[in-house]
Design a protein around this ligand. Structure first.
Ligand code: 6CS
Ligand code: FE
Length: 280
């Protein structure tokens, strides 16, 4: 299959125009027109508070180890839990995934049926949990997982308050329109360390300058439990470490079009395990 978005192949960085549209139907569901234009949308008070409370207590049980969960990723150089992956079949989370309005949002964006490419809880617990550097998720999913085209998005569900202080998601409006082909690292990387340490896929300062120039600023998505934030697979985003006493816990479902099934990784390495990138 042709590689439409070559990345991690050389030492060069290159900005390329996106080819696929961000949403297939911008008229039938509220918010999707703005989503397609800016690359993200924030729905306030989207979920029922009882369902969110239940999901938050399940997430806390996984964090504390009270509920055993095999698919986890740690903070860089630490044994603190950073992410719990492959969580979408756990009933408290599955219930949120099957919200009927979320299903219509997914259909409008993907132009048909979708499936879960990745699901995870990102814990950014108190006092020093690491942030995430600038990246496009698609750049990773394309190179490491073999996702052919930009026909996927993330549904982010805050389970605790996300503030400027505890490291809320920050996005660059309109960045989803441009793909940054990133440099290859010389280090020998494996899926687990790459997931938490981000050794590749970070656009260099001159490329970031281009994005900021177009965007006219960064948007900090401060949000509350019960909100829903959707963002395109290629939207450039970042988040600060959490130095506060307040944990920032977010649930993510990545939905990909069934017409955009994974092939072999475009960067050539071994495909990541199924719990990071579902192939079934
Ligand atoms: O490796 C991944 O799939 C991912 N990594 C980052 C930094 N963001 C999204 C995704 O979970
Ligand atoms: Fe990300």
């Amino acid at each position: 299959m042709k590689d439409k978005y070559p990345t991690r192949k050389s030492k060069k960085t290159l900005l390329m125009q996106r080819e696929e549209r961000a949403a297939y139907d911008t008229d039938s569901v509220y918010g999707i027109r703005e989503y397609a234009e800016k690359g993200f949308y924030h729905y306030k008070n989207f979920f029922d508070s009882g369902a969110i409370d239940l999901a938050n207590s399940r997430a806390a049980n996984i964090y504390s180890g009270e509920t055993e969960h095999g698919y986890i990723s740690h903070e860089p150089d630490s044994d603190l839990l950073r992410s719990a992956l492959n969580i979408h079949n756990i009933p408290a989370f599955n219930e949120l995934l099957h919200d009927p309005v979320l299903a219509s949002i997914a259909a409008a964006i993907l132009g048909g049926s979708g499936y879960v490419h990745q699901s995870r809880i990102n814990y950014k617990n108190s006092y020093g949990s690491a942030g995430w550097d600038w990246h496009s998720d698609f750049e990773t999913w394309h190179s490491q997982d073999g996702m052919p085209e930009m026909r996927a998005f993330s549904a982010m569900i805050p389970l605790t308050e996300n503030t400027n202080e505890n490291g809320c998601l920050m996005v660059v409006p309109h960045s989803h329109e441009v793909f940054c082909s990133c440099a290859r690292s010389d280090e020998e990387l494996n899926a687990e360390s790459e997931f938490s340490e981000q050794k590749e896929g970070i656009p260099p300062p001159d490329a970031l300058d281009e994005y900021f120039h177009r965007a006219n600023g960064i948007v900090s998505i401060t949000c509350d439990p019960g909100d829903l934030v959707i963002f395109d697979c290629n939207t450039l985003h970042v988040s600060h470490p959490n130095l506060t006493p307040n944990s920032r816990t977010n649930l993510f479902f990545v939905l990909n079009s069934v017409e955009n099934r994974l092939v072999e990784p475009f960067s050539g390495g071994k495909a990541r395990p199924d719990y990071m990138a579902h192939r079934a």
